[in-house]
Design a protein around this ligand. Structure first.
Ligand code: SAH
Length: 278
């Protein structure tokens, strides 16, 4: 795969005709305050911003007035744009000499298909940079009051996709190894499959008393979380009407959310405004 010289836009590059560029920007979990300074700089220097559903859309106000915003969650021809078309769009706009910002939720390289976009652009000879983002895998638990590691409780964490349930065709995860890993388990895209996942974890030896928590809309005004154990978290979430986007964290650290006051001082304002406490 071609190697990219610069991974981070220290300053927006001037677009000369025919030589545009693409910046893959991780937008964080939804709170505009959790977009990085480098990500904000990239948005402010964009000619085109290609966004989707989980990106922090309020930061689009920060794009220059001439910037075109392409929401790939809304393009006609269906409820979502196929990844191949998104790749083509990035290449087409960059070939037209534009500075293209691909604004994504969380981190572009954590279940964000940023790797595919990087490859497609690199194969087309387009300069690509990446601005890492605050992944919901880390921010979701943190904003719900769960430290993913804790010196006295666990020495690591494992992040997995729950998109495919255990034993599904195409699943490559070893749920037995995960059940016995002794690390905090963080499940993304796992609301529909949570009953099957938690049942498998217990069947594979995870203690039934293991604490669990699901946080939904982390970093957004609608954020809420439900707590239980690995045995009942799926049912508790379902009864509470928990919907995607949600992150489930399973492990001893999940109990700390009930013991500690929720973290305060989350930024709630768009960049440039003063941050609100609470
Ligand atoms: N690249 C993203 C993940 C994209 S996959 C990242 O690093 O965060 C989409 C999944 O991310 C959702 O199904 C959900 O599990 C999780 N997610 C994204 N935003 C979230 C949020 N604000 N609150 C809770 N979960 C979120």
């Amino acid at each position: 795969m071609p190697v990219v010289a610069s991974r981070r836009p220290s300053a927006p590059q001037a677009a000369t005709p025919g030589t545009g560029s693409v910046v893959l920007v991780g937008g964080g979990p939804g709170d505009p305050g959790l977009l990085t300074v480098a990500g904000l700089e990239a948005v402010r220097g964009a000619d085109v911003v290609v966004t989707d559903r989980l990106a922090p859309l309020s930061v689009l106000d920060q794009a220059p007035p001439h910037a075109e915003v392409v929401d790939v969650a809304k393009i006609p021809r269906g409820s979502f744009t196929p990844q191949e078309r998104i790749n083509e769009l990035l290449v087409e706009h960059a070939r037209a000499g534009r500075r293209v910002v691909r604004l994504k939720g969380g981190d572009p390289f954590v279940f964000g298909r940023g790797g595919e976009e990087w490859q497609a652009c690199a194969e087309a000879g387009i300069p690509v940079e990446v601005v890492p983002g605050v992944s919901s895998a880390l921010a979701g638990p943190a904003l719900a009051g769960v430290p993913l590691t804790h010196r006295t409780l666990t020495q690591g964490f494992t992040v997995v996709s729950g998109h495919l349930p255990p034993h599904a065709a195409g699943s490559t995860l070893d749920w037995g190894a995960l059940a016995r890993s002794g690390t905090t388990l963080v499940v993304l895209m796992g609301i529909a499959t949570l009953p099957a996942i938690t049942e498998e974890l217990v069947a594979q030896g995870m203690p039934a008393t293991t604490p669990a928590l699901t946080v939904t809309d982390a970093g957004l005004p609608a954020q809420r979380s439900v707590s239980g154990t690995v045995v009942d978290i799926a049912a508790i979430g379902e009864a509470a009407g928990v919907r995607a986007p949600a992150v489930t964290v399973i492990g001893a650290v999940a109990a700390l959310a009930q013991q500690l006051p929720a973290p305060v001082g989350r930024p709630r304002r768009p960049p440039g405004g003063s941050s609100a406490a609470g």
